[in-house]
Design a protein around this ligand. Structure first.
Ligand SMILES: C[S@@+](CC[C@H](N)C(=O)[O-])C[C@H]1O[C@@H](n2cnc3c(N)ncnc32)[C@H](O)[C@@H]1O
Length: 232
């Protein structure tokens, strides 16, 4: 396990947009804003709708179960998350992904394999952490290659790693809990370093048995990856 935070050496990034990436000037929501936050899928008010109340209740029951719980945000096709859940029976995992097909696919594979320690949920992590995540509960939160949102307007509205979300994650972590972040967008990582300035560096979790899609792409193409792990 290596100490946070660090970058792997590599060739210059092949995507021209990376060098010009800039964090939005001001986050579009305050750190201690009221419980309602904007987000994909209708924002956090979604959980007040009857059909989502059942999903929120299922999540609450899973989170309240025994033992440590970890979260992967934006699991995409979910192979990494599945491999983590299959490897570690002592840790229970929640996967949050906004793309419906991805979330449903993973939920189907979880059921096929009879895994009881993984809940794959189609939900916007920003709304879940703000509205539903109990304080002091999580052993680990993984955010691998958060969407950089190349369009500045979308970036301002949808960027995941901003002060409000980081404050929500902080609140959700157990005393020894950690936040693990990786990205190949160097300026996004500089922004993350700023957000994590008052956190303490921690050891990276061991690599998952199966890397994420973007981890694999970066490894194949020799694209540098910036990675860090922090505890409050
Ligand atoms: C660039 S992809 C990286 C996927 C994967 N983690 C990897 O390493 O290959 C970002 C993923 O995060 C998801 N995502 C973006 N914003 C999200 C949010 N607010 N809540 C949950 N998932 C989100 C996207 O749908 C996408 O699957």
């Amino acid at each position: 396990m290596s100490r946070s935070d660090r970058s792997t050496p590599g060739a210059p990034h092949p995507d021209d947009r990376v060098a010009g990436w800039q964090a939005p000037d001001a986050p579009d929501r305050a750190i201690d804003a009221p419980a309602d936050v904007p987000g994909a899928l209708g924002g956090s008010r979604l959980f007040e709708q009857p059909q989502y109340r059942a999903e929120a209740a299922r999540f609450a029951a899973f989170i309240a179960g025994p033992g440590p719980v970890a979260v992967e945000v934006g699991f995409d096709h979910g192979r990494r998350l599945l491999s983590l859940a299959e490897q570690a029976a002592d840790l229970r995992w929640v996967g949050l992904e906004v793309r419906r097909a991805r979330a449903l696919d993973l939920a189907a594979r979880v059921e096929e394999r009879g895994l009881t320690n993984l809940l794959a949920w189609r939900a916007d992590a920003r709304t879940v952490f703000r509205r539903l995540m109990p304080p002091g509960r999580l052993a680990r939160v993984d955010v691998l290659f958060p969407t950089p949102w190349w369009h500045p307007g979308r970036r301002a509205r949808r960027m995941l790693l901003e002060p409000g979300f980081v404050a929500d994650v902080r609140r959700s972590l157990a005393p020894e809990g950690v936040l693990h972040i990786a990205t190949d967008v160097g300026p996004y990582f500089e922004h993350v370093r700023g957000l994590m300035a008052d956190w303490r560096p921690a050891d990276d979790p061991p690599p998952a048995p199966t890397p994420s899609r973007r981890e694999r792409t970066c490894a194949r193409a020799g694209i540098p990856v910036h990675r860090g792990t922090w505890r409050p």
